[in-house]
Ligand binder design. Structure first.
Ligand code: ADP
Ligand code: MG
Length: 301
């Protein structure tokens, strides 16, 4: 197990930022930690990297106990904090050299390797303040990778990037994830869809879902709410193509669930017509990953 978290709780004064959070992450997984602002993502990541103590619970990283073996844990973990604090007046190579010598015990060849790996080569002789936000994120990632950690903890690594930078950084994280375990936080479901194998959703300090992406995708479905002007037999309804299930929601109204992406409204309309019914209402909605996230966290997307 790369990361395992058991019943971690954390209060700030009266406020419960984390409430008995538990999960575990296998070696090599890229897991998205998804939740709205204030859900507790950064707090958990700070606990996992030893910047904050938990009030209750325990965690292990690569089998090492966080509380008793913190310095060993830190050697095996790379952390990109939220907002990526950097010394912007330093040059890129100078900064990485500084981080390597002060914190990471990394040697010169490693610095060149991470510069190469994160695509920083063309900018490596510039001052950090001259770099775009996308390149600054690369510097943060490079710094987190200097000691070749097995586990990377990335706190909102793509927030504030423009669409091109976003694609590049996501690609880079995916590439790095080929041989590392990555736990990254985000408040955007598309980010999880673009990079992750699995998502752990947190809301108000509690885990509300923990699923593999393929499992979630299998649950994508189309829901049609229809109201007819007269009664229809269930056996007749069952003949609508691609219908997975249905329920009567009162009167002559039905919720029809389809397992296809094809818009089934015309088929429902034709069905009604063929059975001599009038369609009084017809609404369609897709239950996808976005709407699942919205449902679980009570937010609008
Ligand atoms: P997220 O990263 O998901 O946006 P945070 O972990 O930063 O959420 O915050 C979780 C909750 O804890 C928020 O309500 C936040 O205001 C509160 N919080 C976080 N850090 C502190 C702190 N140092 N002091 C007081 N409250 C805090
Ligand atoms: Mg945060």
């Amino acid at each position: 197990m790369s990361i395992s978290v058991h019943n971690i709780s954390k209060h700030f004064g009266d406020q419960k930022a984390l409430n008995a959070v538990s999960f575990s992450i296998n070696k090599g997984e890229i897991v998205g930690f998804l939740g709205p602002n204030g859900a507790g993502k950064s707090t958990l990541m700070k606990i996992l990297t030893g910047y904050l103590p938990a009030d209750e619970g325990k965690a292990e990283i690569v089998g090492l106990d966080l509380e008793n073996q913190l310095s060993e844990v830190q050697k095996r973990t790379g952390y990109l904090p939220e907002h990526n604090p950097l010394y912007t007046e330093m040059y890129v190579r100078e900064y990485l050299d500084f981080v390597a010598s002060v914190y990471k015990n990394a040697k010169k060849p490693k610095i060149e390797e991470v510069i190469q790996m994160t695509g920083l080569k063309p900018e490596a002789n510039k001052k950090i303040e001259q770099l775009s936000k996308g390149y600054r994120q690369r510097v943060g990632l490079a710094a987190a990778l200097l000691h070749d950690p097995e586990v990377l903890i990335l706190d909102e690594p793509t927030t504030g990037l423009d669409p091109n930078q976003l694609v590049e950084i996501r690609g880079l994280i995916k590439k790095i994830g080929q041989d590392k375990t990555i736990f990254l936080s985000t408040h955007i479901m598309q980010e999880v869809e673009a990079i992750c194998d699995r998502v752990i959703i947190i809301n108000k300090g509690q885990i509300v879902a923990d699923k593999k992406l393929e499992e979630l995708r299998a649950h994508e479905e189309q829901v049609i709410f229809v109201e007819f002007d007269y009664k229809i037999e269930n056996v007749a309804l069952q003949r609508i193509p691609h219908l997975k299930s249905f329920k009567n929601t009162g009167g002559f109204s039905y919720e029809l669930i389809f397992d296809t992406k094809e818009d089934m409204r015309p088929a429902v309309f034709d069905f009604a017509h063929d059975h001599g019914l009038k369609t009084l209402q017809l609404n369609q909605k897709t239950r996808n990953l976005e709407s699942l996230f919205a449902e679980l966290t009570n937010t609008d997307v």
